[in-house]
Design a protein around this ligand. Sequence first.
Ligand SMILES: NC(=O)c1ccc[n+]([C@@H]2O[C@H](COP(=O)([O-])OP(=O)(O)OC[C@H]3O[C@@H](n4cnc5c(N)ncnc54)[C@H](O)[C@@H]3O)[C@@H](O)[C@H]2O)c1
Ligand SMILES: O=c1ccn([C@@H]2O[C@H](COP(=O)(O)OP(=O)(O)O[C@H]3O[C@H](CO)[C@@H](O)[C@H](O)[C@H]3O)[C@@H](O)[C@H]2O)c(=O)[nH]1
Length: 438
Amino acid sequence: MNIAIVGTGYVGLVTGTCFSEMGVDVTCVDINEAKIKALQAGVMPIYEPGLESLVQKNVQAGRLHFTTDLVSCLDKVSVVFSAVGTPPDEDGSADLKYVLEVARTVGRHMNRYIVLVTKSTVPVGTAGKVKAAICEELDKRGVQIPFDVASNPEFLKEGAAVKDFLAPDRVVVGVESEEARKLLERLYRPFLLNGYPIIFMDIRSAEMTKYAANAMLATRISFMNDIANLCEIVGADVESVRKGMGSDSRIGNRFLYAGCGYGGSCFPKDVKALIHTGKENGYNMRVIEAVEEVNENQKSIVFDKINKLFGGELKGKIITLWGLSFKPETDDMREAPALVIIDKLLKAGAIVKVYDPVAMDECKRRIGSVVEYCKDMYEAVIDADALLLITEWKQFRLPSWKCIKRLMRGNVIVDGRNIYDAKELEEEYFVYSRIGKK
Ligand SMILES: NC(=O)c1ccc[n+]([C@@H]2O[C@H](COP(=O)([O-])OP(=O)(O)OC[C@H]3O[C@@H](n4cnc5c(N)ncnc54)[C@H](O)[C@@H]3O)[C@@H](O)[C@H]2O)c1
Ligand SMILES: O=c1ccn([C@@H]2O[C@H](COP(=O)(O)OP(=O)(O)O[C@H]3O[C@H](CO)[C@@H](O)[C@H](O)[C@H]3O)[C@@H](O)[C@H]2O)c(=O)[nH]1
């Protein structure tokens, strides 16, 4: 089977690589020439565990190809996945310009039956717009070529993308024709054989499932952050509360971690887009609106704590951040809490030193040299008045506190992810503060 994946980002590159791993002949297409050139030379555009070796293996096997030319592969593929970005517009709605551009290119150049599958996260009703864009281009050409549209939202998490794709909790597919269903069933057959469920449904429901799933996960996080903030006021400990709650099998343990807010390319934008879809349809998504508000507030919690600990006097203080990416195991800094914290610290006159195992270049690209980039986690704490843990990379979990004490000039530690043992830190005479405990 020959397929094309348009958009070679976090989703497109992982999708294409994993399908090629299943024996499918995959062409990954992107308009970004530098990205495609790099991939052709074996250089990964993103950090994603396990991806590089899988790409190399399938390129060598001749099943995985990279190109900027979608048109020339349209004659050999039966399925085209669209995995381009859907960034938030100013009003919070998902910007569909890239998705519709792909549809128009397909309509302008297709010469045989194709299923155009939208993998990007798109609002309910987008498949109708994709279909209309293709029809318009076919009409302009004065030709009638049968085609189908389908929806196949992606649920992978960055940092675990390959694993999530190859061993999904489920695959959701929205179709409206038997032919499209058969093609996608065949493509996903290896997953079915491995026992992963494929859930077929109508297209609008598939589009909505993606937003509902992300909104539910974001809700759990904001709910726990709200509980954490109340714990702090009333003298409870959110870590004990989390364990006590999560062991109820109806609630479960996952996605209940309080912290300094959710970031990334998905939750923030998808929550906004769902609120917008509600508004467009005359319905207020009240729960999700609160989820977003709590998260905006939570991104400032670490700053508020440190500001309070220094009596509002941060001018000239050296503050170190461990972790910049929005979560561990990725270099992605889209909507990262670190960006909000750095901005607030700099505005308050602090000197900021940072270290992240993989996101330093990305941080430089985004904010330049307004902070000091350090070569390792220990260099970053030299002369620091305070250390803020922002992203819970494994290497930050068991540091040598004795060594850190010698290197720092102050003794304040604020833990934005609740990974440290308060007793251990207090024994070393650190002033330790974390989320959800006084
Ligand atoms: N990042 C994730 O973890 C994740 C997970 C599930 C779903 N999603 C959704 O998947 C979509 C893609 O997300 P991403 O993080 O992979 O985005 P990304 O920004 O990493 O990649 C998108 C790619 O599309 C390319 N592109 C744009 N227009 C193009 C065109 N006309 N032709 C060819 N290529 C084009 C861009 O150059 C870019 O490389 C979004 O809708 C996102 O919400 C993302
Ligand atoms: O208990 C938790 C779990 C996560 N987070 C934060 O939530 C954000 C998102 O984390 P995660 O969901 O692990 O990463 P993403 O790669 O953004 O994945 C989400 O967004 C993707 C894009 O839509 C979906 O495909 C995934 O299913 C969904 O988990 C990060 O800032 C985490 O620090 C918490 O604060 N507490």
